[in-house]
Design a protein around this ligand. Structure first.
Ligand code: DC
Length: 230
């Protein structure tokens, strides 16, 4: 079967994780959540008592010595470190608050990018999501998207997630953090957040999730000459 890699890059809050999952389903492709891999390593570092800020080399060593795999029989695929299922653990607040430090380590990125490329070889019909998928990991992907949304819209989406989880959210603070993080992400040396030249930029600010998924599905089908029934 012909290989088809669809990449979704973009900042946090652009909706790329949810969009990627639904898009994969609509197109009959598999789904790779690369953020989960950075989260998995962060969870393991915290479990081992390693502080990513002061012990970066220990985190990189841990990345090299960790067997990370997805169970593709589940939908979405579950993440395992060795035999340990960390799918739920990686969404905890302590992991979320430390993961960007882990993701900024170039030694970690090299290890995880290698694993992602291997997954791409083993699962060549894939929607993959993460900030560097079209720009770094799969430069020759057949279809590339860059999802974006205004800081205000992204802050509202994030606040809703927090409120849905039963916690209080400060919208202004979240918006300020998003703007700061965008700046940090787009100016960092290792895999800065950029829109790949050959990616289609989609501003999702005024679109519902369904509208985004449908729009991307149409663009992929048109480009790849895929009939609507799969
Ligand atoms: O999308 P997410 O929140 O699960 O991502 C977790 C963290 O990992 C976030 O700080 C962005 C980072 N990340 C990355 O640097 N490169 C990727 N390909 C995916 C995620």
């Amino acid at each position: 079967m012909q290989s088809l890699i669809v990449t979704l890059d973009g900042p946090a809050g652009s909706g790329k994780s949810t969009v990627a999952r639904f898009l994969a389903k609509r197109l009959g492709l598999e789904f790779l959540d690369t953020g989960a891999m950075y989260r998995g390593l962060t969870a393991k570092a915290l479990y081992r008592g390693i502080d990513p800020a002061t012990e970066p080399h220990a985190v990189i060593e841990l990345a090299r010595n960790t067997v990370m795999r997805f169970d593709w029989y589940d939908d979405p695929p579950r993440l395992f470190l060795g035999n340990l299922d960390v799918t739920d653990r990686i969404r905890d607040r302590d992991v979320t608050s430390r993961v960007s430090e882990v993701a900024a380590l170039s030694g970690v990125r090299h290890v995880l990018v290698d694993i992602q490329r291997r997954i791409g070889e083993e699962h060549p019909r894939l929607v993959t999501e993460g900030r560097d998928q079209g720009s770094v990991v799969f430069p020759s992907a057949q279809v590339k998207f860059y999802l974006d949304a205004s800081p205000t819209v992204r802050a509202k989406r994030r606040a809703k997630q927090i409120q849905d989880a039963g916690r209080k959210a400060d919208l202004q603070l979240i918006r300020k953090q998003i703007i700061e993080r965008d700046h940090k992400d787009s100016t960092r040396v290792e895999s800065p957040l950029i829109c790949p030249e050959d990616a289609q930029r989609i501003d999702t600010s005024d679109m519902t999730l369904d509208q985004v998924v449908e729009h991307l599905e149409t663009l992929v089908r048109d480009k790849m000459n895929m009939p609507t029934d799969g």
